[in-house]
Design a protein around this ligand. Structure first.
Ligand code: ADP
Ligand code: MG
Length: 364
């Protein structure tokens, strides 16, 4: 299963795989408490990351196959590395002609454009030229020259992504422009997989697409105990999703958010990066400067029933920083938690979710 997906993934980095696998473990560590009938949770590689789907007692091979097939189908249209994808076809036609795209890609592009505007361009789906230039997580990662950055920046502008609703087409108006939906597509995919599971009648499940988490229902009761036999009723049996310690990601979770029926998405500077001369260059780029975002945040976690929204906002808030980022969350009525460089933890005022700090290095 993993092998065949691996073969064509030229840019997939083992370092990233290891880091993301740890991330998956940190989420499941809190949740692996149910009696698991065969088959076990399904783990596969899709969207350049480790994906885990666990429907616990309701899981069947057929259901997991359907989820994996849907993931791979979506990757085929969203990937910036698969030459026949909608994204690559739009990129190839930049400056030349509009391209008819799938309903899924059109939906994501519309949302991406909307949040590009709402975030003042901090989130920009046309970030492709800068992502390629830095090559973070690939074999050609490097610190580019200022000239190279200026040239790539000139090609990043969400306002030049035009969408024609009636024709179902997308068009990048300038030659050399390129979409990169790495900051939003996994959110859409998580919502889709949650739908596949819910449509199959699953009432309790965990979907984790490389840290893009979606939980359905509440946490299953522990093995051998009745529904409320673990001392907590259904309402209290929330999922406990771990947010990795950005300062020591290898040590696991530093925050715990207790949630039900929602998505929890984190963007951090420890997910994909390289270091040169003691400086860390990570994978979330500030479109304004062309450099990895230095907003004072080391991680940002968004909680929302739409994983699509949570994913786009996690990236946007990370770029905007604490103050502007939290303002955006206020305006959107979305919950979020930010961790700053100094270890302070800030939450949005509409935060309803219970959060616990698990590490001395953080201050809530
Ligand atoms: P992850 O992909 O690790 O879950 P994010 O959701 O924050 O993390 O997305 C980061 C990815 O989004 C990058 O790898 C890149 O593909 C893309 N990206 C980087 N900077 C931006 C930006 N300013 N706006 C939109 N997308 C971005
Ligand atoms: Mg994101």
């Amino acid at each position: 299963m993993m092998g065949s997906n691996y073969a064509y993934r030229k840019t997939f980095s083992l370092k990233a795989a290891a880091a993301l696998f740890l991330c998956v473990l940190s989420v499941t560590a809190f949740t692996a408490c149910s009696a698991r009938k065969a088959p076990p949770a399904r783990t596969c590689i899709s969207f350049d990351t480790v994906c885990t789907i666990n429907a616990y007692d309701a899981g069947t091979d057929a259901l997991y196959d359907a989820c994996e097939a849907r993931l791979n189908e979506l990757e085929q249209v969203f990937s910036a590395h698969i030459s026949t994808s909608d994204v690559c076809r739009i990129n190839d036609a930049a400056g030349d002609h509009p391209v008819k795209v799938s309903v899924e890609v059109f939906t994501v592009l519309k949302t991406a454009r909307g949040f590009a505007e709402k975030s003042g361009g901090a989130f920009d789906p046309t970030i492709g030229p800068l992502v390629s230039l830095w090559g973070i997580g690939t074999e050609h990662e490097k610190v580019p020259s200022e000239d190279e950055i200026a040239a790539a920046r000139a090609l990043v502008n969400w306002k030049l992504l035009s969408l024609d609703e009636e024709a179902g087409t997308a068009f990048l108006e300038k030659e050399g422009m390129a979409l990169d939906l790495g900051g939003i597509a996994k959110g859409f995919a998580a919502d889709e997989i949650a739908s596949v599971l819910k449509d199959a009648g699953v009432s309790s499940a965990l979907v984790d697409l490389g840290g893009n988490v979606y939980v359905i229902g509440s946490r299953p009761a522990e093995s051998g105990k009745s529904a409320s036999g673990d001392g907590t009723g259904v309402a209290e049996r929330k999922w406990r999703v771990g947010v990795k310690n950005p300062f020591k990601p290898e040590e696991g979770a530093a925050l715990r958010v207790d949630v039900a029926d929602t998505s929890v998405v984190t963007s951090g500077n420890y997910e994909r990066y390289f270091e040169k001369d003691g400086v860390r260059y990570h994978h979330i780029i500030n479109p304004e400067t062309g450099w990895p975002a230095e907003s004072g945040l080391v991680s940002c976690t968004i909680i929302d029933s739409s994983s699509l929204k949570a994913d786009v906002l996690s990236t946007a808030v990370f770029v905007l920083g604490k103050d502007k980022g939290l303002e955006l969350l206020e305006r959107e009525g979305v919950e979020g938690v930010c961790i700053s460089l100094d270890g302070s933890v800030s939450v949005s005022s509409n935060m309803q979710t219970q959060i616990k700090t698990l590490s001395d290095s953080l201050r809530l």
